[in-house]
Design a protein around this ligand. Sequence first.
Ligand code: ISL
Ligand code: CA
Length: 603
Amino acid sequence: MKILRFILAACASVVLISPSLTAQATPTAGRSTKQSSTLNGYQPRWWKEAVVYQVYPRSFKDSNGDGIGDLKGITSKLDYLQGLGVNVVWLSPHYDSPNADNGYDIRDYRKVMTEFGTMADFDELLKGIKQRHMRMVLDLVVNHTSDEHAWFVESRKSKDNPYRNYYIWRPAKNGKEPNNWTSFFSGSAWKLDPATGEYYLHLFAEKQPDLNWDNPKVRHEVYDLMKFWLDKGVDGFRMDVIPFVSKDQTFPDFPANFDGRAEHIYASGPHMHEYLQEMNREVLSKYDVMTVGEAFGITLQQTPFLVDERRHELNMIFNFDAVRLDQQNGIWRDWTLPELKAIYTQQDRSLDAHSWNTVFLSNHDNLRMVSAFGDDSAAYRVPSAKLLATMLFTLKGTPFVYQGDELGMTDYPFKGIEDFDDIAVKNAWKEYVLTQRVSAEYFLANMRKTGRDNARTPMQWDNSLNGGFTTAAKPWLAVNPNYSEINARQVIGDPNSIYHYYQRMADLRRKTPALVYGDYKDLDPANPKIFAYTRTLGKDAYLIVLNFSKDAISYSIPGGLKAGRLEASNLGESEGTTTTLHLKPWDARVYRMAVPSSGTDIN
Ligand code: ISL
Ligand code: CA
């Protein structure tokens, strides 16, 4: 850790405007510089103690029968969310959009998407959230806009248009694209625009042109739109692919040893830290807000450079190491429990008490958690969903729950390409199947295990038509046919359901500082089936034991440690103060350990 601090300090002195790590935070409006009391070295913060719930509005609840989720629908379910025990809602993009990428292509940052309702509906939602003493963070998508945004409509008109440099335009090179960069949604990252005979950059869809963050006018447009929503009372932002905003605008080709993972190249632009620190100075430091960067392409080792509080950039980020353990470059792969455990240990080693991070295993871009990391068979779906919740709420970092995981919703049984909605899938189909590079069967088999639509099927509220998501005959995306047995009404009525287990875990975390700020230690990193770790804060020590298998296992707790008082269990097994646990398949337990009389910490 000392090495990393040295590097951080060295880097801080190099990045011209970065305050040195050791200097006291420069006093700014809204940020106290007094050293409040710390917990295990951490500055207590509401967003470190929070449980965040992601709402994908298109699929959450339809209130007007058009088959599309909307803001009024979310408002109608706020008691459900409050009952679950979450206290921050992350709202995926609700802004005006042509929906080329389901709202991640914004046409007007200050307007609510027509399908989702009106600004009055947004205000009503935010009011409902505040009345329940909850908070809401918005999705800030500013690496790119929609090609229908007024800025781009102007920018493409002529080379000398005042908005030309809001985006990234380049002439052809040797009659072709300016370099060999690729889009995440297939094909080149450059699109030739006939009106001016130049190419524009789009790391995602052609309808998502990248903004030129090297243009200070663009940065200040972004800061203004952030203030627009913050002044309405929102509590922060999840920042879409924020590490990509700075590009090496000499646009070198991918290096000769390129491994196919463009995100690492795109996340290594020269000015990312500079821009984040400017955003913090200009906007974030003036509000009591939470920021989480979707840090596609940032490694665990690089994470402190974004989230060390002394650098005044972000509060935390989403790394992709765990959530993408089951795929590589979009191809499904089998994974092992030691691989997953090693990620959490690496994260813990990379971050000291000046940094913070997230714990999540699902969102709108990935598979359903119980299908990807648990066992969604009839026998083990419920216990394994609870086991994953146990992990989510007891690892170090702010837990992010994705809508439907509290029901144990599963991946969807896609049949043909017509069942998919995602532009990433449709473009890949054109690139790989229509060109006969791969067979349709191979492509569909892979997409069933990696496709983002798995997580985007509508919330299953009850066992009525379309799972109670909509009264329309045809929702925008088909509801999983298992809604008749997997739905919110069923789980709320069942005290042993996954929903109530989430409730209990959220409550346990909220009242247990050791599970928030405590030291983390993996007791058995090489064990292929058991994840056993401790969380320790002074004399408060907790043991978490998770059986990631369908085998019954007699487990001797490493180091001769004794279990202790049971605090949570998905199968109701206790066994109390013992050194050997008889674990059932997918057994998850949280014990408060009896601290040795000598009072020595167990670490
Ligand atoms: O690579 C991917 C495409 O399958 C995803 O990992 C995803 O594009 C990447 O994680 C970035 O995601 C974010 O930006 C995209 C949007 O499509 C995603 O929904 C959003 O989460 C472009 O805005
Ligand atoms: Ca609707």
